[in-house]
Design a protein around this ligand. Structure first.
Ligand SMILES: *Cc1c(COP(=O)(O)O)cnc(C)c1O
Length: 220
């Protein structure tokens, strides 16, 4: 099956509140164009340099999402165009995004990334850290970022119940933050969870953004 057929096949059965991010990291321009020609407009990359280079070369109606860890000193390279940053895991990073967004006279949508997996290595906040960030006076003064929701990666395991519990945990975090900080704020609505191996569980547990790479484009 071709990539554009793949895109159409995966998008069709998705509930209307779930959007598909095609994770195109390591894939060449031609491959992304095939997906584009299948109607895909949202793409995710995990490296700043690769994202900026692909942005330059590809049609400008693509929505680019940064899904990987972001270093403060690299925010400036994507601030002019990025649609959403999924990986905000510190106040320091959010402050820099706000600063670079102001320089570019725009607002940048961000997700707070949470650590829900058992693995030690994955980045992300816990609920207390997020509450601290959202209650800070620094955050109150930011005018050029909007917090659109939460993101996380589940453990890399075949244990379906564990993955399900981790997704439930992220949904709980989302609900708690919604009730405490974003009750009257319709912008806070996204739950970014689910990859090729676990996206159907993620959808059952409330995902609004799923991030699929290998299932659409083949193994990396
Ligand atoms: C690579 C990546 C994905 C996609 O992974 P697949 O298993 O290929 O679907 C999703 N989210 C993040 C954060 C990634 O780095």
């Amino acid at each position: 099956m071709s990539i554009s057929e793949n895109i159409i096949r995966f998008k069709k059965p998705l509930p209307s509140n779930v959007r598909l991010i095609a994770v195109s990291k390591t894939k060449p321009i031609e491959t992304i164009l095939e997906a584009y020609n299948g109607g895909q407009r949202i793409f995710g990359e995990n490296k700043v340099q690769e994202l900026a280079s692909k942005y330059e070369q590809l049609p400008k109606d693509i929505e680019w999402h940064l899904i990987g860890h972001l270093q403060t000193n690299k925010v400036k390279y994507i601030a002019p165009f990025v649609s959403m940053i999924h990986s905000v895991d510190s106040l320091k990073l959010l402050k820099e995004i706000n600063k670079q967004a102001e320089k570019n006279n725009r607002s940048i949508s961000c997700l707070l990334q949470f650590h829900i997996a058992q693995e030690e290595t994955k980045f992300g906040l816990n609920l207390d850290e997020a509450k601290q960030l959202l209650s800070s006076s620094d955050f109150a003064q930011m005018k050029y970022v909007s917090i659109a929701g939460v993101m996380a990666m589940a453990s890399f395991t075949k244990d379906v119940e564990q993955v399900r519990n981790e997704f439930k945990h992220l949904k709980n975090i989302f609900d708690t933050l919604k009730n405490n900080y974003f009750q009257n704020n319709p912008t806070f609505k996204e739950i970014s969870m689910g990859m090729s191996g676990d996206y159907s569980i993620a959808i059952q547990e409330g995902a609004t953004l799923i991030r699929l790479g290998s299932l659409l484009f083949g193994e990396r």
